[in-house]
Design a protein around this ligand. Structure first.
Ligand SMILES: [Zn+2]
Length: 408
């Protein structure tokens, strides 16, 4: 058993917590991947986060070897829903910070698509930061955008200063929030602003369409407006404004929380966010209901003994693998288009690429949170497969064992 980290609260420093949900994932047979965490709420301030994480080395390996984040953009075309989100972000910022002469840094810029949109909107002094050398190359090739690879602390030491630092969908991944925000503050000019967008935990329950989609492999911090403001205050950043968004991620609507936080003296804020914790407790209850509904659908398929190929090796699949009905399925292969996963095995069953499905005639079961429509389209159009497909999006009546197929 690898050592587990007790994190303590990044917002107030307290260590006593209440458990909200124990999220478990099945790992690949070579022991790669993450096996889960406990979602907890700080008893002093109400900040919610993943505790009992595997060590940082395990995470580093995961991001290096398995994470899908880089591969999203490697084919040159950014996925369409992500491009839509990026356009909305530029519009949101331009409305609040119309001065086109400001110097902008996008932290976690990946291959530079968002920064290229800022540049196209007249913010010419805009660059990216990403630790991946491949992202730096892609940004230059695809968009002619500069992406820096050195560490944040090296940039600060070199005297770099910015008027606006962007962090879209980054904070929810970070283990050491206090250190990171301290370093970023050092990169801001006096009066400069940090903009962040994170998932809005206060509205998880309002947008629960798939069980525990918010407790994914990579997300380890669950912010509400109150705890985000407190975190920024602790880092010496004053709340200028916050607002909420709805972003379409694949086929799902996702609640977002945005804020602009300025480098000057922060105001004093309320201490405990009880409403946020209550909201995430309802989200857990709702996810448990959704999970029961999914697993009920699988009962017929499991009882039929029919062989099935499972498409998807992400958070939802690795989570559901813990469920007894999932273990009774007659799974012939797992399918994933990410080459990092191909060749691995899960419970002795191989992970193959979509092209290797040619010649398989068993039905395909799609198990993913947000990408079901994309995968359905890929099965039919890109790979030309005519296998039967079971998707949680589709009608339950088409599934084995459902009322309409009994005796048919
Ligand atoms: Zn706390």
């Amino acid at each position: 058993m690898a050592p587990r980290d007790r994190r303590g609260c990044d917002v107030c420093g307290a260590e006593s917590t209440a458990d909200l949900y124990d999220q478990r994932f099945v790992r690949f047979d070579d022991a790669s991947g993450l096996d889960g965490y406990t979602v907890v709420a700080c008893e002093r301030c109400g900040f919610m986060y993943a505790d009992g994480l595997p060590g940082q080395d395990v995470f580093d390996r995961y991001y290096r070897d398995l994470s899908k984040y880089e591969s999203h953009d490697t084919e040159g075309d950014i996925v369409p829903w992500k491009a839509v989100i990026h356009h909305a972000i530029v519009a949101d910022i331009a409305e609040r910070l119309p001065d086109r002469k400001i110097r902008i840094l996008d932290v976690g810029s990946s291959s530079g698509h968002l920064i290229s949109l800022f540049r196209n909107s007249g913010y010419r002094d805009a660059i990216g930061f990403d630790p991946s050398p491949r992202c730096r190359e892609l940004a230059r090739e695809l968009y002619g955008v500069e992406v820096i690879n050195t560490s944040i602390s090296q940039m600060a030491f070199g005297g770099e200063r910015f008027d606006l630092i962007l962090m879209a969908s980054v904070l929810e991944h970070l283990r050491d929030l206090e250190r990171t925000l301290g370093e970023l503050r050092g990169l801001l000019r006096e009066g400069g602003a940090l903009w962040v967008e994170v998932p809005d935990a206060a509205r998880f329950a309002d947008f629960a369409s798939s069980p525990f989609q918010q407790f994914s492999l990579e997300h380890i911090n669950f912010f509400t407006t109150g705890t985000l403001e407190r975190l920024m205050q602790r880092a010496g950043l004053r709340t200028s404004s916050t607002w909420t968004t709805i972003r379409q991620v694949g086929s799902m609507d996702d609640p977002g929380l945005d804020g602009l936080f300025v480098r000057d003296v922060p105001a004093v804020l309320a201490t405990h966010d009880t409403a946020g914790v209550a909201a995430v407790r309802s989200y857990v209850a709702l996810s448990e209901q959704l999970e029961r509904a999914l697993c009920e659908r699988l009962e017929g398929l499991a009882a039929s003994g029919e062989p099935v190929a499972v498409w998807g090796t992400g958070s939802l699949m690795l989570h559901l693998m813990n469920h007894p009905v999932f273990r009774r399925l007659n799974i012939t292969a797992f399918v994933d288009s990410n080459a990092n996963y191909q060749g691995k095995t899960i419970g002795g069953v191989p992970v193959i690429g979509p092209a290797a499905l040619a010649g398989h005639d068993e039905p395909i079961l799609i198990v993913t949170h947000a990408a079901q429509e994309e995968i359905l389209a890929a099965i039919r159009d890109r790979y030309g497969l005519s296998n039967r497909v079971f998707s949680f999006l589709g009608d339950a009546a088409d599934w084995p064992g459902s009322a309409s197929t009994v005796g048919a």
